[in-house]
Design a protein around this ligand. Structure first.
Ligand SMILES: C[S@@+](CC[C@H](N)C(=O)[O-])C[C@H]1O[C@@H](n2cnc3c(N)ncnc32)[C@H](O)[C@@H]1O
Length: 308
């Protein structure tokens, strides 16, 4: 995990790199049965997969900048939406902190992107990635850690957390319930990272951080690390959205724009209206559009050989 001490400046950027490797070896989902049994459910419950308009816009922005091949890296890979771009001629790499989400696509590596350059599967790609293409969590309600109602029992296991499984024609055994992840609780109709997992998110996951200083620190570290993954002149394409809550407008997109501008030259800011924006309950309490921030790293290599 990633609670190793690092020095951060006011914006959450790492001043010193401790070089502590962060990759965790694949582990079964805590408190659950075989992960494979839960994958379909997790894919269905995942709250924030790339929508078609976002992926289409990413395609347009890549092609219009003549980026037609090379490696695309998603450090917040979720259930693996980035890998669809393999059909367009790119190589794709993805890193995802939650084992259950990472397991949804075999091409995704489980790990913490605040230490992405130390993840064994990423080491050969340091300084060679053509574009970081990603969508972080936004620090909104999806990330509030809510696990569902305590009062309502899971329909499949009736609250026991265990479900029967046939061993052979005669015998049966029990296993952790694949619907509720052994919590015994009914899933909430609300969507969220913790609800999809059936447990709390990992300590360094942006999927469990409300918009605020901790959110900015963690994401600032990832930006610095990913900057080292890029080739000279490499690109950033970050899909993000500000949001409204009871405290008013939360300027998440604006923070990302400023943070990316510290490492790269901003080349575009595209507003994309997606289906979630205007429709349904609370439609009038949503910001009018998500955004795609596009930026380019410096093309020169300094004398120390550091590509930045
Ligand atoms: C908005 S979702 C990305 C969804 C993705 N675009 C897709 O189509 O599936 C953000 C993801 O970042 C992951 N994440 C948050 N913090 C992370 C970290 N420190 N390292 C790696 N992944 C992280 C979360 O678990 C979540 O799955």
């Amino acid at each position: 995990m990633t609670d190793e001490p690092v020095t951060l400046d006011d914006d959450g950027f790492v001043v010193e790199d401790t070089g502590v490797p962060s990759h965790r070896s694949p582990a079964p989902a805590p408190g659950s049965g075989p992960l494979a049994d839960r994958i379909d459910q997790i894919r269905r419950d995942f709250p924030a997969r790339y929508s078609a308009p976002i992926i289409d816009q990413i395609r347009v922005e890549l092609r219009s900048r003549l980026i037609t091949d090379g490696t695309l890296l998603d450090p917040f890979c979720g259930v693996g939406g980035i890998h669809v771009l393999r059909d367009d001629g790119y190589d794709t790499l993805g890193v995802e902190i939650e084992p259950e989400f990472a397991a949804c696509d075999a091409r995704t590596t489980e790990g913490d992107s605040t230490r992405i350059t130390s993840i064994p599967a990423m080491k050969d790609h340091v300084g060679r990635v053509r574009a970081i293409v990603t969508s972080p969590a936004y620090g909104n309600r999806f990330s509030d850690g809510y696990l569902g109602s305590d009062n309502e029992k899971c329909r499949r296991c009736n609250g026991s957390g265990q479900e029967p499984v046939a061993v052979n024609a005669v015998n049966s055994a029990t296993r952790d319930c694949t619907m509720c992840g052994a919590t015994g609780k009914a899933k909430s109709k609300r969507r969220g990272y913790a609800i999809a997992l059936g447990r709390r998110t990992s300590p360094n996951s942006g999927g469990g951080m409300a918009w605020g200083p901790r959110y900015r620190s963690m994401h600032g570290e990832v930006i610095q690390q990913c900057d080292r993954m890029l080739e000279p002149g490499g690109w950033w394409m970050v899909n993000v959205s500000s949001f409204l809550n009871t405290d008013g407008y939360q300027p998440v997109m604006e923070w990302w724009l400023g943070a990316i501008a510290r490492v790269a030259r901003v080349d575009g800011l595209v507003a994309i209206e997606t289906r979630r924006m205007k429709h349904g309950q609370n439609g009038d309490r949503r910001v009018p559009a998500e955004h795609l921030i596009i930026a380019r790293s410096p093309t020169t290599i300094d004398v120390s050989g550091d590509p930045r």
